[in-house]
Each structure stands twice: as C-alpha cells, then as structure tokens.
Design a protein around this ligand. Structure first.
Ligand SMILES: [Fe+2]
Length: 275
C-alpha cells in the first residue's frame, strides 16, 4: 500500500531522486507519458527507481472529458506499463486534453449533464479495460464555461455514476476558490471524501488571479487548507508537485518534512479520538 509523502517526478528530478538515501520521498508519482517506452540510460534509471520506490501513475493525456475517441494505443501502452512495473494506483484529470500536444494542454469541462454522461461512460470504459478502479483529479481553471450545475455537483455526479476515486489537489481547490469567489472548505466538505485516495499539493502564483503553477514552495494559505482537510480524511498518500525550480533539493525535502509533520499531528489526533 502506498503511504506517506511522495513527489511528482518529472525527468529532471529523476537523477536527484536516484541519489537520495533519506526518508523522502516515500514514493514517486510518474506521468506514464514521460516514461513509457524509454530505453537506454533513461530506461535503466526507470528500472532503478521502480526497484527502489513505491510508484503511482498520474496520466495527462487520457482526455476523459474529450469528445474524440479514447486513444486506444495509449490505453494499451498504459495497461502494459502498469502491469510491467506492478503499479496499483492510476489517475488522470477531469479535463479534456488536445491530442498530440506537448506540454499537455488540459482544458476545463462544461459542468452540464451531457458532459457528465460522456465522462462517466469514458471512465467506465477505461476502468473495464484496465481492470482496476481509477481516480480522477479536478483541475484548476480560469474561465468557467457555460454550466447547468456547480462544479461540486458535477464532480459528485461523475464520481458516483462512474464509481471511481478522487485525487484532491488542494492547490487547485485553493486557486479555484479564490478565482471564482467560493469557500474552499465548503467546496471540500461537499465532496464524497471517502473516495479520496490521494492529495496533491504544490506552489501557486498570482495576486488578483491565482494559478496552480507547481513551480514554487507551497503557500501558507494552502498549507492551512491542507492541515484542515487531512483532519477530515483517513491517512492517504500525499504528493508534492513541483514541475520546475527544483533546486536546491534540500528545500523540497524541507517541504516534505513539513507536510509529514502536519500529517503526523492531524492523523495522530484522529486515532486518539477514535480509541
Ligand atoms: Fe495535481
């Protein structure tokens, strides 16, 4: 079972992770698109990391909300990748992704009944094909498109109908709540928290409009939201997301230590309450 504090692993961080002998990261989260079919030096690095760390997979390009047919080649390659590396936890985004784009361009969905139905049937198809439950991660967005329901109702409907799990990105929740003027705690409370299998957290930027940029240390407001949220959840794995500005690595270790300390405090308090 995956637990503790992990880190999202762009290739730039892979070699740094190879050199670690510390307690962090507790696991690595890979975007399969970046690691499928790698050979030579990168293939060897992947083998060593898989041997050394528990691994989760967080994909970018399934396009669960897209209108175009699911990418059959990517699905087949994903199934092989998960099996080969014995990876249990797999997630992608509640978004559409324009195929062939790199870096992957995730677009928000309209919160309407037709879109919910389409996403549900695509998630069901993927779960059947991969022979496992998957998790979906709602994304941050600046412009909200025409909607028939609020975001939380949309997410709840999709989770329920598809019977899948949830990756809760607290930085996305924080920036969405700021940009669209709602209360992040009310939003989180409205979600089926029993479906949360993983938390994402990372740095954000911006003043008037905020962006989940994953390129800086976690902001204090997001850390406060993290502390509040995990007090309402059983122990789940936590992923620190950083996509650039990696160095010094010791500062990432510090952030992971900080997250671990909050988890220890909150989850210990919960276990004492239930005795
Ligand atoms: Fe995330």
């Amino acid at each position: 079972m995956i637990e503790g504090i992990g880190i999202g692993l762009p290739r730039e961080l892979a070699q740094i992770a190879l050199g670690q002998t510390n307690e962090f990261p507790g696991f690595l989260e890979l975007a399969p698109e970046n690691w499928m079919g790698v050979k030579g030096r990168w293939g060897r690095i992947l083998e060593i990391l898989v041997e050394r760390y528990p691994i989760t997979c967080h994909a970018l390009s399934l396009s669960l909300g897209g209108q175009e047919p699911l990418d059959w080649n990517f699905l087949c390659a994903t199934k092989l990748f998960l099996k080969r590396h014995r990876i249990d936890m797999f997630s992608d985004h509640l978004a559409s992704c324009r195929s062939g784009n790199y870096p992957y361009d995730l677009s928000p969905l309209s919160f309407d009944h037709a879109t919910a139905q389409r996403v549900v049937s695509r998630i069901r198809y993927v779960q059947n094909f991969l022979e496992r439950r998957i998790a979906i991660e709602p994304i941050s967005y600046l412009a909200s498109s025409k909607s028939q329901m609020d975001e939380s109702t949309f997410i709840c409907n999709v989770l329920e109908e598809a019977n899948c799990d949830l990756v809760l990105d607290l930085t996305s929740v924080y920036v969405n709540a700021h940009n669209h003027s709602y209360d992040p705690k009310e939003f989180i409370t409205s979600l089926p928290l029993e479906r949360v299998v993983s938390i994402h957290i990372g740095g954000h930027e911006g003043q008037e409009f905020k962006v989940n940029s994953r390129g800086s240390p976690i902001g204090q407001e997001v850390l406060d939201l993290f502390s509040w949220t995990i007090g309402r959840l059983p122990a789940v794995p936590v992923v620190l997301e950083r996509e650039y500005n990696f160095l010094p690595y010791t500062s990432l270790m510090e952030e992971m230590r900080g997250l671990q300390a909050i988890c220890d405090q909150r989850w210990e308090a919960l276990s004492v309450q239930t005795i």
